[in-house]
Design a protein around this ligand. Structure first.
Ligand SMILES: [Zn+2]
Length: 252
Protein backbone atom coordinates (compact mmCIF):
# COMPACT_ATOMS: atom_id res chain seq x y z
CA UNK A 1 0.00 0.00 0.00
CA UNK A 2 1.08 3.49 -0.83
CA UNK A 3 2.09 5.41 2.25
CA UNK A 4 2.26 9.16 1.96
CA UNK A 5 3.22 10.53 5.34
CA UNK A 6 2.06 14.12 4.99
CA UNK A 7 -1.23 13.42 3.24
CA UNK A 8 -4.13 15.18 4.96
CA UNK A 9 -1.85 17.73 6.60
CA UNK A 10 -1.62 20.41 3.97
CA UNK A 11 -3.77 22.74 1.93
CA UNK A 12 -2.80 24.77 -1.08
CA UNK A 13 -2.05 28.37 -0.06
CA UNK A 14 -3.27 29.64 -3.38
CA UNK A 15 -6.69 28.00 -3.82
CA UNK A 16 -7.35 26.25 -0.50
CA UNK A 17 -7.68 22.78 -2.00
CA UNK A 18 -6.11 19.80 -0.30
CA UNK A 19 -2.57 18.89 -1.15
CA UNK A 20 -2.27 15.41 -2.51
CA UNK A 21 0.73 13.31 -3.39
CA UNK A 22 1.82 10.86 -6.04
CA UNK A 23 4.79 8.70 -6.79
CA UNK A 24 7.04 9.41 -9.72
CA UNK A 25 10.23 7.47 -10.34
CA UNK A 26 10.19 6.22 -6.77
CA UNK A 27 9.81 9.65 -5.20
CA UNK A 28 6.80 11.10 -3.44
CA UNK A 29 5.65 14.45 -4.80
CA UNK A 30 3.14 16.74 -3.09
CA UNK A 31 0.95 19.11 -5.10
CA UNK A 32 -2.43 20.89 -5.22
CA UNK A 33 -5.44 18.77 -6.17
CA UNK A 34 -6.91 21.75 -8.07
CA UNK A 35 -10.41 20.53 -7.36
CA UNK A 36 -11.77 24.05 -7.41
CA UNK A 37 -10.52 24.58 -10.93
CA UNK A 38 -7.66 26.83 -11.89
CA UNK A 39 -4.82 27.27 -9.42
CA UNK A 40 -1.62 29.25 -9.64
CA UNK A 41 0.36 26.59 -7.83
CA UNK A 42 2.02 24.57 -10.53
CA UNK A 43 4.77 23.22 -8.35
CA UNK A 44 5.41 19.73 -7.12
CA UNK A 45 7.36 19.32 -3.92
CA UNK A 46 9.40 16.22 -3.18
CA UNK A 47 8.75 14.57 0.16
CA UNK A 48 12.41 14.73 1.14
CA UNK A 49 12.42 18.51 0.67
CA UNK A 50 9.19 18.86 2.62
CA UNK A 51 10.59 16.70 5.42
CA UNK A 52 13.67 18.92 5.61
CA UNK A 53 11.52 22.04 5.92
CA UNK A 54 9.48 20.46 8.67
CA UNK A 55 12.60 19.33 10.48
CA UNK A 56 13.99 22.85 10.29
CA UNK A 57 10.96 24.06 12.18
CA UNK A 58 11.05 21.19 14.67
CA UNK A 59 14.67 21.96 15.37
CA UNK A 60 13.69 25.45 16.44
CA UNK A 61 11.28 24.14 19.08
CA UNK A 62 13.49 21.28 20.24
CA UNK A 63 14.62 20.69 23.78
CA UNK A 64 17.13 17.89 24.35
CA UNK A 65 16.31 15.09 26.78
CA UNK A 66 19.09 16.22 29.07
CA UNK A 67 17.74 19.77 29.24
CA UNK A 68 14.20 18.48 29.59
CA UNK A 69 15.26 16.60 32.71
CA UNK A 70 16.82 19.74 34.15
CA UNK A 71 13.72 21.82 33.43
CA UNK A 72 11.56 19.13 35.03
CA UNK A 73 13.74 19.12 38.13
CA UNK A 74 13.34 22.88 38.38
CA UNK A 75 9.58 22.61 37.91
CA UNK A 76 9.50 20.14 40.74
CA UNK A 77 11.38 22.51 43.02
CA UNK A 78 8.97 25.27 42.08
CA UNK A 79 6.08 22.98 42.78
CA UNK A 80 7.41 22.37 46.27
CA UNK A 81 7.85 26.09 46.87
CA UNK A 82 4.45 26.90 45.43
CA UNK A 83 2.80 24.29 47.64
CA UNK A 84 4.46 25.77 50.72
CA UNK A 85 3.34 29.25 49.75
CA UNK A 86 -0.20 28.08 49.07
CA UNK A 87 -0.28 26.37 52.46
CA UNK A 88 0.73 29.57 54.27
CA UNK A 89 -1.79 31.61 52.30
CA UNK A 90 -4.57 29.17 53.09
CA UNK A 91 -3.65 29.22 56.79
CA UNK A 92 -3.85 33.02 56.85
CA UNK A 93 -7.15 33.04 55.01
CA UNK A 94 -8.57 30.53 57.48
CA UNK A 95 -7.53 32.79 60.36
CA UNK A 96 -9.40 35.66 58.71
CA UNK A 97 -12.38 33.39 58.29
CA UNK A 98 -12.34 32.49 61.98
CA UNK A 99 -12.27 36.20 62.87
CA UNK A 100 -15.31 36.86 60.75
CA UNK A 101 -17.16 33.98 62.34
CA UNK A 102 -16.32 35.39 65.78
CA UNK A 103 -17.61 38.79 64.70
CA UNK A 104 -20.84 37.22 63.49
CA UNK A 105 -21.35 35.60 66.86
CA UNK A 106 -20.70 38.85 68.74
CA UNK A 107 -23.08 40.58 66.42
CA UNK A 108 -25.78 38.04 67.14
CA UNK A 109 -25.21 38.43 70.88
CA UNK A 110 -25.55 42.20 70.54
CA UNK A 111 -28.75 41.73 68.62
CA UNK A 112 -30.22 39.25 71.06
CA UNK A 113 -29.22 41.53 73.94
CA UNK A 114 -31.11 44.26 72.13
CA UNK A 115 -28.02 46.41 71.92
CA UNK A 116 -28.48 47.09 68.23
CA UNK A 117 -31.49 47.63 66.04
CA UNK A 118 -32.97 45.23 63.50
CA UNK A 119 -31.77 47.25 60.54
CA UNK A 120 -28.31 47.66 61.96
CA UNK A 121 -28.02 43.99 62.67
CA UNK A 122 -29.13 42.98 59.21
CA UNK A 123 -26.80 45.41 57.45
CA UNK A 124 -23.75 44.32 59.43
CA UNK A 125 -24.63 40.67 59.15
CA UNK A 126 -24.96 40.89 55.36
CA UNK A 127 -21.60 42.59 55.07
CA UNK A 128 -19.87 39.93 57.17
CA UNK A 129 -21.58 37.11 55.32
CA UNK A 130 -20.40 38.49 51.99
CA UNK A 131 -16.83 38.60 53.32
CA UNK A 132 -17.21 35.07 54.61
CA UNK A 133 -18.33 33.75 51.23
CA UNK A 134 -15.49 35.55 49.45
CA UNK A 135 -12.91 34.14 51.82
CA UNK A 136 -14.33 30.66 51.42
CA UNK A 137 -14.00 30.95 47.67
CA UNK A 138 -10.42 32.16 47.87
CA UNK A 139 -9.52 29.26 50.15
CA UNK A 140 -11.07 26.78 47.72
CA UNK A 141 -9.24 28.42 44.83
CA UNK A 142 -5.89 28.07 46.57
CA UNK A 143 -6.56 24.52 47.67
CA UNK A 144 -7.83 23.29 44.32
CA UNK A 145 -6.43 25.42 41.55
CA UNK A 146 -3.28 26.76 43.11
CA UNK A 147 -0.96 24.58 41.07
CA UNK A 148 -2.93 24.20 37.90
CA UNK A 149 -0.23 25.91 35.82
CA UNK A 150 2.15 23.05 36.49
CA UNK A 151 0.60 20.34 34.36
CA UNK A 152 0.34 22.48 31.20
CA UNK A 153 3.91 23.66 31.78
CA UNK A 154 5.11 20.05 32.02
CA UNK A 155 3.20 19.03 28.91
CA UNK A 156 4.65 21.92 26.99
CA UNK A 157 8.22 21.11 27.98
CA UNK A 158 7.57 17.49 27.11
CA UNK A 159 6.33 18.46 23.67
CA UNK A 160 9.53 20.42 23.05
CA UNK A 161 11.42 17.27 23.85
CA UNK A 162 9.17 15.35 21.49
CA UNK A 163 10.18 17.77 18.73
CA UNK A 164 13.82 16.94 19.42
CA UNK A 165 13.06 13.22 19.25
CA UNK A 166 11.20 13.63 15.96
CA UNK A 167 14.15 15.39 14.39
CA UNK A 168 16.27 12.43 15.46
CA UNK A 169 13.88 9.64 14.51
CA UNK A 170 12.60 11.23 11.32
CA UNK A 171 9.22 9.55 11.86
CA UNK A 172 7.07 11.40 9.34
CA UNK A 173 3.67 10.10 10.46
CA UNK A 174 4.42 11.32 13.98
CA UNK A 175 5.62 14.65 12.59
CA UNK A 176 2.21 15.06 10.94
CA UNK A 177 0.40 14.36 14.21
CA UNK A 178 2.74 16.68 16.10
CA UNK A 179 2.31 19.54 13.65
CA UNK A 180 -1.47 19.21 13.81
CA UNK A 181 -1.32 19.28 17.61
CA UNK A 182 0.84 22.37 17.92
CA UNK A 183 -0.74 24.51 15.22
CA UNK A 184 -3.16 24.98 12.38
CA UNK A 185 -3.48 26.23 8.84
CA UNK A 186 -0.70 24.13 7.35
CA UNK A 187 -0.16 25.12 3.73
CA UNK A 188 2.18 24.77 0.80
CA UNK A 189 3.03 27.93 -1.08
CA UNK A 190 5.51 27.93 -3.90
CA UNK A 191 7.17 24.75 -2.59
CA UNK A 192 7.38 26.23 0.91
CA UNK A 193 5.72 24.80 3.98
CA UNK A 194 4.00 27.30 6.27
CA UNK A 195 1.70 27.00 9.23
CA UNK A 196 0.41 28.92 12.22
CA UNK A 197 1.97 27.44 15.38
CA UNK A 198 0.24 28.05 18.69
CA UNK A 199 1.65 31.18 20.24
CA UNK A 200 3.93 29.47 22.74
CA UNK A 201 5.63 27.46 19.99
CA UNK A 202 5.91 30.50 17.78
CA UNK A 203 7.64 32.39 20.57
CA UNK A 204 10.08 29.55 21.17
CA UNK A 205 10.82 29.32 17.45
CA UNK A 206 11.39 33.05 17.27
CA UNK A 207 13.76 33.03 20.21
CA UNK A 208 15.61 30.16 18.66
CA UNK A 209 15.98 32.04 15.38
CA UNK A 210 17.19 35.14 17.15
CA UNK A 211 19.72 33.05 19.05
CA UNK A 212 20.98 31.49 15.85
CA UNK A 213 21.36 34.85 14.23
CA UNK A 214 23.39 36.15 17.10
CA UNK A 215 25.36 32.92 17.18
CA UNK A 216 24.38 32.59 20.78
CA UNK A 217 23.47 29.61 22.76
CA UNK A 218 19.87 28.42 22.71
CA UNK A 219 16.95 30.63 23.64
CA UNK A 220 16.69 29.30 27.16
CA UNK A 221 19.96 30.92 28.10
CA UNK A 222 18.30 34.29 27.97
CA UNK A 223 16.09 35.57 30.71
CA UNK A 224 15.88 36.39 34.33
CA UNK A 225 13.81 34.89 37.03
CA UNK A 226 10.17 34.50 36.16
CA UNK A 227 7.04 34.73 38.20
CA UNK A 228 5.55 31.36 37.50
CA UNK A 229 4.48 30.65 41.00
CA UNK A 230 1.70 33.12 40.65
CA UNK A 231 -1.53 31.39 39.67
CA UNK A 232 -1.82 33.98 36.93
CA UNK A 233 0.88 32.10 35.12
CA UNK A 234 -1.77 29.68 34.02
CA UNK A 235 -1.27 31.42 30.79
CA UNK A 236 1.12 29.04 29.23
CA UNK A 237 2.57 31.33 26.66
CA UNK A 238 4.49 33.31 29.15
CA UNK A 239 4.78 30.67 31.78
CA UNK A 240 6.32 27.73 30.12
CA UNK A 241 8.61 29.82 28.03
CA UNK A 242 9.74 31.99 30.86
CA UNK A 243 10.07 28.79 32.77
CA UNK A 244 12.47 27.35 30.29
CA UNK A 245 14.15 30.70 30.15
CA UNK A 246 14.67 30.57 33.87
CA UNK A 247 16.14 27.17 33.83
CA UNK A 248 18.47 27.81 31.16
CA UNK A 249 20.72 29.94 33.08
CA UNK A 250 21.36 26.74 34.96
CA UNK A 251 21.67 24.70 31.85
CA UNK A 252 24.55 26.50 30.30
ZN1 LIG B 1 -4.15 25.09 -5.38
Amino acid sequence: MLFLAFLGLLKCASCGCSITAEIQKGHHYYHCTKKKGLCQEKHFLREEALTEQIKTFLQKVSLSSQDTKKVFAELQKDEGRAKEEAKTTVQNLKLELAEIEAKLEKLLDAYLGEVISDTDYKARKDKLLTQKVELGERIRDFEQKGLSWLEPAREFVLSLNQAANLVKSGNKAEMTTFLKTIGSNHVLENRQFFFAPKIQYELVAERSEAALQNLQFPYWCVGEDSNLRSPKALDLQSSAIDRSATHASILS
